[in-house]
Design a protein around this ligand. Structure first.
Ligand code: BES
Ligand code: MN
Length: 459
């Protein structure tokens, strides 16, 4: 059907309003995966997606319970001889706090100018809807040109504790030619982007204990090591003066960047100025000897994600706190192993913690980094689709964020992923006033329509 392309694009253009309403509907569901108070909302979001899949004529639609949040599956395998594409998505979101910094409610989606604001608008309900609405446009205009399977999880933002085992136990159900993973973004609205590398993650909570109880800082100041200071000292020692991480063995497995890749990263249309603008920081900081694109995409980092100790309320209180806590995480690159990094952190603490305090370390979410094959049929189909819609060749970039399922699918299913979503750097993901740029969202739907049609076998 030579003119399905035009018909499907027309369908998408005619139904913009309807598409937007569906988008708003899922954005009103507060599916915060980390908070047990939202488990009914999580189930609601899963059922909402299952209903969408049924509405699209998908078969075997099922909401699989896990020990935490359900996984939604559906498939349509009616395109004999065409590839099977496994579409990945997550329907959970990060917590919305701090609530007072939102201009409008995080689960009360509002369009202001060209943007729609709500938690999850960009990460990643907007991307889920791009896939659903592109498929709808094809289903309603002659049918899908390829076979599809859908896999939506509700635990991505807490490190996908049940996904790896689900994939391992459902290898036949999930068998496919490649995965389409839109849980990623673009360099800028005018720069179509394909992601080919993702960083991994190792996340920890570190607690430092000092005196058995809070102490008067006048009576006891000078007698004990303040746990807040001891923790700060430990953290300060985790980087050297060149911005390198000091955990023993931390860089042993880090793959070196070759000249070709460095040259390619240098050609990306984002530079120091871009990072200064989008971060609002007074100056940039990072490992000496690397550009900001290298530091964020191809080098490992260590960050403090949160700190807690002592008196933090209004006014003053002269106290030596009994304990201090930090959330510490590392972004990893191939071939670092989150379990090894855990051991390296333990070794660092054993070597550097002083005897006047006690520490406890808990490992939390984690996952491996990945590098994806850039030459498979899926990437080629998406490259062409992006070029058609944006009128320029897409950029290939390494992403600093983590999508551990990409590596899991390589290991367990033996498949590669096409990683291409339509979020923008200023979308405020994981932050107040998260948003999605609607013109880019609509272009995304058109691009994915092209993507599926580009995969259709030529007969
Ligand atoms: N969509 C993000 C990952 C991402 C961020 C991709 C930015 C591209 C650009 C994803 O939802 C996410 O935030 N993942 C967590 C993973 C973690 C909880 C295991 C992350 O990167 O912090
Ligand atoms: Mn995401």
């Amino acid at each position: 059907m030579a003119d399905q392309r035009e018909a499907a694009l027309q369908y998408a253009r005619k139904n913009k309003e309807k598409f937007l309403n569906a988008f708003k509907e899922i954005l009103t569901i507060p599916s915060v995966s980390t908070d047990p108070a939202h488990s009914a909302d999580i189930r609601h979001a899963a059922e909402w997606l299952a209903a969408q899949l049924r509405g699209l004529g998908m078969q075997k639609v099922q909401v699989f319970p896990t020990t935490k949040h359900p996984i939604v599956y559906g498939e349509w395998l009616g395109a004999a001889g065409a590839p099977v594409v496994l579409i990945y998505g997550h329907y959970d979101v990060q917590p919305a706090d701090p609530l007072n910094l939102w201009k409008t409610g995080p689960f009360d989606p509002v369009v202001r100018g060209e943007e729609i604001y709500a938690r999850g608008a960009s990460d990643m309900k907007g991307q889920d809807l791009v896939m659903l609405k592109a498929v709808e446009s094809l289903v309603k205009t002659g049918g899908l040109p390829v076979n599809v399977k859908w896999l939506f999880e509700g635990e991505e933002e807490i490190g996908s504790p049940n996904l790896e085992s689900f994939i391992a136990e459902h290898k036949d159900l999930l068998a496919c030619d490649f995965a389409m993973n839109p849980d990623s973004g673009m360099i800028g609205k005018d720069y179509p982007t394909l992601t080919y590398a993702l960083r991994g993650l190792a996340y920890f909570e570190l607690r430092v204990f000092g005196p058995a109880k809070d102490l008067h800082s006048g009576i006891y100041g000078g007698a004990v090591h303040n746990p807040a200071i001891a923790l700060a000292e430990l953290i300060a020692g985790m980087h050297d003066t060149k911005g390198r991480i000091t955990l023993p063995g931390f860089y042993d497995r880090v793959q070196k960047l070759n000249k070709e890749e460095r040259d390619e990263l240098a050609r990306l249309p984002i530079d120091d100025k871009h990072f200064l603008e989008v971060t609002g920081a007074p100056a940039l900081y990072g490992e000496a000897g690397f550009t900001v694109n290298e530091r964020t995409g191809a080098r490992p980092t260590l960050d403090v994600n949160g700190l807690l100790s002592g008196f933090t309320g209004e006014g003053s209180k002269t106290v030596i706190p009994a304990w201090a806590m930090a959330k510490i995480s590392m972004r990893l690159v191939p071939d670092q192993d989150p379990k090894e990094v855990h051991q390296q952190l333990i070794r660092y603490l054993e070597e550097h913690a002083t005897k006047d305090i006690r520490w406890e370390l808990t490992a939390m979410a984690g996952g491996s980094a990945s590098i994806s094959d850039r030459n498979n049929i899926g990437v080629q189909a998406m490259e062409k689709a992006l070029e058609t819609v944006w009128g320029m060749r897409p950029y290939f970039r390494r992403e600093g964020g983590s999508i551990p399922v990409v590596r899991d699918m390589q290991n367990l299913l033996g498949i590669e992923s096409v990683i291409s979503g339509f979020g923008l750097p200023d979308d405020n993901v994981h932050a107040p006033n998260e948003k999605m740029h609607l013109p880019t969202w609509y272009r995304g739907i058109e691009a994915v329509i092209h993507f599926f049609l580009n995969l259709k076998p030529q007969s």
